[in-house]
Design a protein. Structure first.
Lengths: 418, 714, 380
């Protein structure tokens, strides 16, 4: 075995990918992680807390980043896409396209560039709940701890205020994309998931009714490093909601949108009900559901939240959401327990939007079998290539970690076998 | 590694606002005078290529091999300041000083000077760590021959590892071998599969790397990762096997259905469990056990014993899929038969929803939500299921020929240690009661972390799960077992300090055999010899330093972290007669990054406080408080993560122990006529950066209300 | 606690509903999206979620007595939004068909009407009847040449006899069915029987008919708002042609008894009765054209309808088209085409009349009955 084909390429630097990469690297394998966004950590970095422990995700990320920092066997590329894969198990030639960050390694994260930057962009990290500058740090715990410039809004040469402000010569507005070629022995695909576009669910009011938000937006609102500093506020006027409806299966288990169950949304909404009640013990959380899906020991968490005062569960799917007077939102469902329709007015409505695999829109450059919904069908993967986490089916963080760890051994096996 | 000749240097970065916040001259003077390091240099941007060239050039030219780098947080620019062969101490005067305090204020200057001097004090007592490679056994023991154990054994063997697979029954296969068919595991999730366990058994039996021991039990596991002696009893005969790591795949057993009398079990032969139905179906027809006639109406009762406070307080996770599968048996074997499923919540998560949809589409599979309140057995043996709160009406009655109870799983570890560890802290895994008897991890991000190093649980013994998940889980556990061997052989720690080459090095001559370390070690790494003297099973150690914190004799040290090192840092602080001084011991995993985040947000912190990061609050030794108070320091803060059932400590017990020790401390303080409020523990999560300034400010105010430390004048 | 309800599932009935266009009924997982998106479904015990469950469980007794299946106007909102592809709109249609089958006598005939394979047999009846009557009146193969006059083929009196008999049969079957249906509706304490209103049958009926005329409920649908208009055109066309039929009967009989001057078809284009006939035919055909277009466009989302549904539409089309062609061919004086066309016209009209209790035509009657009942219960 030569040195180069002992390498493992991990596509995706989210929880599944990081886990696969680190677990493999800690056995002595050489691992390269490729991440398309400017930071590692993926979706979990955007979460306020994990269910069921209600602990902050950055805690585990910190440990993982520390593992990366201390492990010379692991390297990573951010803002990078895999553009080509050829070859076979044990000998894959991979081409990477490293998109320019426009900020080099000299960046010290002093924030001067952002201070002088005259243009704003929609803050995708906060799911559009606020804007940040074209020169920005994705979030406070970002790893790498390095700014980035959004060239789609940057004024470029005409402005150059950041270039002048940076005392460290860290900004290169003319930075060019780079092509990197790698030879690797195994590939782990961990592209993660995107939140389903809730505007497509035309009867649930997202994008039409101001105070209808998604579950991921709720995470950002509740997060201390979010757009409101951790205050849950309704978008229309910043008021703290007294009553919040959680609408389960917003897009999931729905042939018109996502026919599968997105796995995490029941637990996520139960968790978010605790965010609300921790902020305001007098507030009312109402969860509308078809089936409460809290598998295994998660059931305990369900009981704990269900039994809290001010938490109500209504067995029926919300199918109509409309604007009500006073910036409120009217929600209609049939309570299948009573067989009657309920029409209720809330300050804020949270749609439990589902998971869409990133491969729905972003295919990997390789002939693999996808399901109709864009998941990778692992039975159709070539030798030496492994799909993990939400590439195969929706799952939670715990299962992503299990799967990522398991993928590491499979990748190692495919190196040893040669 | 011991450095033969140590030469020190202090390098101060002036970038990132440091030069605007503090005066270099003051820092230089402090380092020279109080830090006792004469070689002090500065650079406008130390991390820049020019700065690094300057740093490395200067160190080479001057022969400096111990450098105190006063710049940014050690959490950033880690690559730049990683200088092989040199002992580096990173002093964070950017986040902890420049970004969080009033520039050019006198207090700010004093704060920075203190940090510089503390760094000088630390580096003088630190050493470069080096792991000690050891010869180890590499065989992996897999306990349990069910689908999880089989998979784990194969995964490890396919990586070239020798495996010993222990199964208590005469045959391999576990619960999976009792299945007629298996729920679909792949897209489009429609066709039932031949149980995968049979092909796994074949593979295992023909794999030369796997030694299979059936009718066998683990009598005792003695030793430590890489060096276990495992006594296995096979057919009454005991043998000792040399083992490196253990995978616990003991699985689960069906919940005892005799406890489900209210659902008719035991009252009629025609009330059976889902496990029993598999056997009935294996004959190709669903016949009533009572009279052998075909069952035309089969009622499945979900959550029989699961999600029930009187029985199992958890969801067994596989039963919904299983009942849908079994309903398909009923319908396939007899197209005129009806299968009814009464469920509380249909739990077919992820893509399993597609199987639900598929099964449901059969006109003879009828589903409703409902709470089954009883099963009536009439005199003629006919059955009726009574359910409430159904979709069909408040209270319904369904006639049935056969009732199937979807009974859940109970982990093997619920009432038996299984592992039979010969550990001072007991034969099983700790914390089981927290997980309803499952051998689970408490960490969402780190699924395989048990409190017994080298032992990794997988499958239904770890969490309720279906077989597809159990197989993935087995692969993960196999990886962890292999990884543990790799690290142990190199003499380095495993998760979460997987890079750490240091290890606890006790000065045994001063040990009083008080046994606090043996009791408090979260990983059971310390045993006692016949005389009661503790000794380390070092391969079990995770390097958290809890023993170091526990030891009243302060004899436990790591190369770069010891009671003395931290004590010296405390003593290095300058305590003026006027003004408050507070020292805060902060967990480097959570509280310290939170302070960095506060700094990024330019939140202002109180200048009276000096932060000292520690590996884990478990390593916090009470003597530091004595050191601090005798120095005249007015207050002591301990900042670490949440403890209790949902503990966040990566070493399981750190902050809980710190809090416990603080409780004991307060008695002592009261006795010394020192106000116990001078020392306080506060829980800080990594994302609590926004709350930090106030928490700290409040503490300072409280201490100031108490008044200055009376020892200050001495 | 109410007494327990013993659940008796009828698997054959489930399968029957599936055959009748409700093949997707098993897909429902009871989320109740359908009940919510339906704008005409009431808040109290809304439909069609509960109906979907009854269908899945084969609860035939409950379904045929459920007035709510008639409150549905098959607009397709529920089908469009159904997350499971269960097509509640189609399933309700199947339930209505099953109800018509259940209450119409003889059931076998109803079954035949709903299955395409029996269409030739069903058609054979009017063909034979008319041929037989022509034989009796001696016009079979013996139509006088010259100006086309359809009474030369089948005398008016014979027409009256045939169609009065067919209509009489239909009315008899309807009366019988409605009587049983009404009894069943009132017999049970249905979950949706609230009795909040004390409206009499008469006033309830008047209200229902008034709503029909303007398609009040239909217009509340979202997905297929346009369908209300096309259906309304169809109904208005139908009413116009009914008026024409009554009008010409009045001319025939009133003149026969000397009450008015002799007046007999064919009527000239200058006669108002012709205007109404033409208008009715145009409305009818245009309405159907729109329905076809709309259903085609939204077949995937909102449902296309099954054989049972379309049979009536095609019969009406046949009546309209053959009627119009008969007129045109007569004016064109193409006897060799005109008489056969008129024959077809008679066959289709007979079909429409005679089989009315078994075709979707019956929805007029059962829907009215169910809605009158609902009105009397105060269920809006």
């Amino acid at each position: 075995m030569n040195a180069s084909n002992k390498k493992i390429l991990v596509i995706g630097g989210g929880m599944s990918g990081l886990t696969a990469a680190l677990e493999a690297a800690e056995t002595g394998a050489q691992v390269v992680v490729v991440e398309k966004s400017p930071y590692l950590g993926g979706r979990v970095a955007q979460l306020n807390k994990y269910f069921p422990k209600l602990c902050p995700p950055t805690c585990g990320l910190e440990i993982n980043f520390k593992r990366i920092k201390n492990n010379p066997d692991i390297t990573f590329y951010t803002m990078t896409d895999v553009t080509q894969i050829t070859g076979q198990a044990g000998d894959f030639n991979v081409t990477l396209n490293v998109r320019p960050r426009y900020v080099n390694d000299k960046c010290v994260a002093c924030n001067k560039c952002a201070e002088v930057c005259p243009v704003e962009r929609v803050n995708d990290f906060n799911y559009g709940l606020d804007n940040n500058k074209a020169a920005y740090l994705p979030f406070d715990m970002a790893f790498p701890y390095q700014y980035v410039i959004d060239m789609s809004v940057c004024l470029g040469e005409a402005c150059k205020k950041c270039v002048k402000a940076c005392e460290y010569n860290a900004i290169e507005l003319d930075m060019a994309p780079q092509t990197v070629n790698l030879n690797v022995g195994a590939i782990v695909v961990a592209g993660g998931w995107n939140l389903y576009d809730a505007t497509k669910i035309d009867n649930l009011g997202f994008g039409q009714v101001a105070n209808v938000i998604t579950n991921m937006q709720m995470e950002r609102l509740a997060a201390p490093n979010g757009p409101t500093g951790g205050k849950i506020q309704r978008p229309s006027d910043g008021a703290e909601p007294k009553s919040v409806a959680f609408v389960q299966c917003a897009g999931s288990r729905d042939e018109n949108h996502l026919p599968y169950c997105s796995y995490i949304c029941c637990m996520a909404s139960l968790k978010q009900a605790t965010y609300l009640l921790d902020q305001d013990p007098e507030a009312q959380a109402t969860i509308f559901y078809i089936d409460i899906r809290t598998p295994g020991r998660y059931e305990q968490f369900y009981w704990k939240v269900r039994d809290r005062e001010n938490v109500e569960l209504v067995r029926g799917k919300v199918a109509k959401i409309t604007q009500a007077p006073g910036d409120k939102v009217e929600v209609v469902a049939e309570d299948t327990a009573t067989g009657n329709k309920v029409r209720r007015v809330f300050d804020l409505v949270v749609l439990a939007a589902g998971m869409e695999p990133s491969t729905k829109s972003d295919k990997i450059p390789l002939a693999v079998k996808y399901t109709d919904e864009g998941f990778i069908d692992p039975t159709g993967l070539p030798a030496g290539i492994f799909a993990v986490g939400s590439m195969k089916s929706p799952l939670d963080v715990a299962k992503s970690v299990q799967d990522g760890t398991g993928a590491a051994i499979k990748a190692l096996q495919s190196l040893v076998g040669r | 590694m011991e450095m033969e000749e140590r030469k020190y240097g202090v390098y101060i970065c002036l970038g990132c606002g440091i030069a605007e916040a503090v005066k270099f001259e003051g820092l230089e003077k402090a380092a020279r005078k109080n830090g006792k390091i004469p070689h002090i240099k500065s650079h406008p941007i130390l991390c820049s290529p020019e700065g690094l060239e300057f740093l490395k050039g200067d160190m080479a030219a001057e022969g400096i091999n111990c450098a105190v780098i006063c710049a940014c947080s050690p959490r950033v620019k880690y690559e730049e300041f990683d200088i092989p062969g040199a002992l580096i101490e990173r002093i964070n005067i950017r986040e902890l000083v420049a970004w969080t305090h009033e520039p050019m204020a006198e207090e700010t200057q004093l704060l920075a000077e203190d940090y510089v001097v503390m760094g000088c004090a630390k580096i003088k007592k630190s050493d470069l760590p080096a792991g000690v490679p050891v010869e180890i056994e590499r065989a992996i023991l897999v306990i349990g021959g069910g689908v999880t154990g089989l998979t784990a054994a194969l995964e490890a063997a396919n990586l070239g590892q020798q495996v010993v697979l222990v199964e208590k029954e005469a045959e391999l296969g576990g619960l999976g071998a009792g299945l007629f068919q298996q729920t679909p595991r792949s897209y489009p999730y429609q066709e039932l599969e031949v149980p995968v366990v049979f092909s796994k058994i074949k593979e295992v039996l023909t794999n030369p790397k796997i030694k299979v021991l059936t009718k066998s039990e683990v009598v005792m596991i003695d030793g430590q990762p890489g060096l276990y002696d495992v006594t296995i009893k096979t057919d009454g005969k005991e043998d000792i096997y040399k083992i490196g790591a253990v995978i616990l795949a003991a699985g689960a057993k069906p919940y005892d259905a005799t406890k489900l009398g209210h659902l008719g079990y035991g009252k009629s032969d025609d009330v059976v469990t889902n496990w029993e139905l598999e056997k009935i179906a294996a004959d190709g027809r669903i016949l009533r056990p009572s009279n052998g006639k075909p069952a035309e109406k089969v009622v499945f009762i979900q959550c029989a014993g699961s999600v029930d406070p009187d029985h199992l307080p958890y969801c067994s996770a596989f039963c919904c899929g299983t009942s849908l599968k079994q309903a398909k048996y009923v319908r396939t074997m007899n197209p005129d038969a009806l299968a009814y499923i009464i469920y509380k919540n249909m739990r077919t998560l992820g893509q399993n929803e597609l199987f639900y949809k598929h099964a449901q589409n059969d006109p003879g599979i009828l589903l409703t939500k409902g709470d089954v309140t009883g099963v009536e057995v009439a005199d003629d043996g006919s059955l009726a299921v009574i359910a409430e709160n159904t979709l069909l009406g408040e209270k319904i009655k369904l006639e049935a020929d056969l009732v199937v109870l979807a009974t859940g799983l109970v982990p093997a570890t619920l009432d038996h240690p299984v592992l039979n560890l010969n550990y001072r802290q007991g034969p099983g895994l700790p914390d089981l009661e927290l997980f309803q008897g499952f051998a689970d991890s408490n960490f969402i991000c780190f699924q395989y972390e048990t409190r017994r190093t080298g032992i990794y649980a997988a499958g239904a013994v770890r969490q309720p799960m279906d077989m597809a998940t159990a197989m993935e889980d087995a692969a993960g556990a196999a990886l962890k077992a292999y990884q543990c061997l790799e690290h142990t052989a190199k003499g380095i720690a495993v998760h979460p300090r997987a890079w750490d080459q240091t290890f606890p090095d006790p000065f045994m001559q001063r040990c009083t055999a008080c046994k606090r370390c043996t009791e408090e070690c979260p990983f059971g790494a310390i045993e006692e010899d016949e005389k009661g003297t503790p000794f380390y099973k070092i391969n079990r150690c995770r390097r958290c330093g809890t023993c170091m914190g526990a030891c009243p004799e302060r004899i436990v040290s790591f190369k770069d972290f010891s009671v003395d090192i931290v004590g010296s840092m405390v003593k290095a602080m300058d305590v003026p007669e006027e003004g408050t001084r507070i020292v805060a011991f902060v967990c480097e995993n959570d509280a310290y990054p939170a302070i960095d985040a506060a700094a990024l947000n330019r939140l202002q912190l109180h200048p009276a406080v000096r932060f000292i990061p520690v590996r884990c609050l478990g390593s916090f030794n009470l003597v530091w408080i004595a050191d601090a108070l005798s120095r005249g320091i007015d207050g002591i803060l301990i900042m670490g993560c949440k403890y209790g059932d949902d503990y966040q400590c990566h070493f399981a017990k750190g902050s809980e122990l710190a809090n416990y020790r603080m409780g004991k401390l307060q008695e002592t303080l009261d006795r010394l006529a020192l106000e116990s409020e001078r020392a306080q523990f506060i829980e800080v999560a990594i994302n609590d950066f926004d709350k930090l300034p106030k928490l700290i400010e409040d503490f300072v105010v409280r201490v100031e209300e108490i008044g200055p430390n009376p020892y200050k004048e001495f | 606690m109410a007494d327990e309800t013993v659940i008796k599932s009828d698997l054959a009935f489930v399968k029957r509903l599936q055959e009748c266009g409700g093949e997707s009924l098993k897909k429902c997982y009871q989320c109740a999206t359908c009940s919510v998106v339906c704008n005409i479904s009431p808040d109290d015990k809304p439909y069609p979620r509960k109906e979907m469950l009854m269908a899945q469980w084969g609860l035939k007794d409950q379904i045929v007595k459920d007035p709510d299946i008639w409150a549905c106007h098959y607009c397709g909102d529920c089908t469009t939004y159904c997350p499971r592809g269960a097509n509640p709109g189609e399933v309700l249609g199947a339930m209505r068909q099953a109800t018509i089958e259940h209450y119409s006598f003889p059931t076998q005939l109803a079954r035949m009407v709903s299955q395409p394979k029996f269409l030739p047999v069903l058609l054979a009846l009017p063909v034979l009847v008319i041929l037989f009557v022509m034989k009796l009146t001696g016009t079979l193969g013996n139509i006088p040449a010259g100006t086309i006059k359809y009474s030369n083929m089948v005398p008016l009196l014979a027409i009256d006899a045939i169609f009065m008999a067919a209509a009489g049969f239909a009315v008899f079957v309807f009366v019988n069915g409605v009587r049983r249906y009404w009894k069943d509706l009132n017999a049970d304490v249905s979950p949706w029987k609230a009795k909040l209103s004390d409206k009499s049958v008469i006033s309830a009926t008047i209200e229902v008919l008034k709503e029909f005329i303007v398609h009040k409920r239909f217009k509340e649908c979202v997905t297929n708002y346009a369908r209300a208009t096309s259906h309304l055109l169809l109904v208005l066309g139908f009413i116009a042609l009914a008026i024409v039929t009554a009008w010409s009967a009045y001319y025939e009989w009133a003149s026969k008894f000397g009450l008015i001057p002799h007046k007999e078809s064919p009527f000239s284009i200058t006669e108002p009765i012709k205007w109404v006939a033409l208008l009715g035919t145009i409305l009818l055909l245009y309405g159907i054209y729109l329905i076809y277009q709309q259903r085609q466009a939204k077949a995937n989302g909102a449902g296309f309808g099954g054989y049972f549904d379309w049979l009536l539409i095609w019969v009406i089309v046949a009546v309209g088209v053959t009627g119009a062609l008969s007129w045109i061919l007569r004016l064109a004086n193409l006897a060799s085409l005109a008489y056969p066309m008129y024959f077809l016209h008679l066959v289709s009209v007979f079909f429409l009349f005679f089989y009315a209790p078994y075709t979707k035509m019956a929805h007029l009657v059962y829907r009215t009955t169910a809605l009158v009942f609902a009105k009397m219960q105060g269920r809006e």
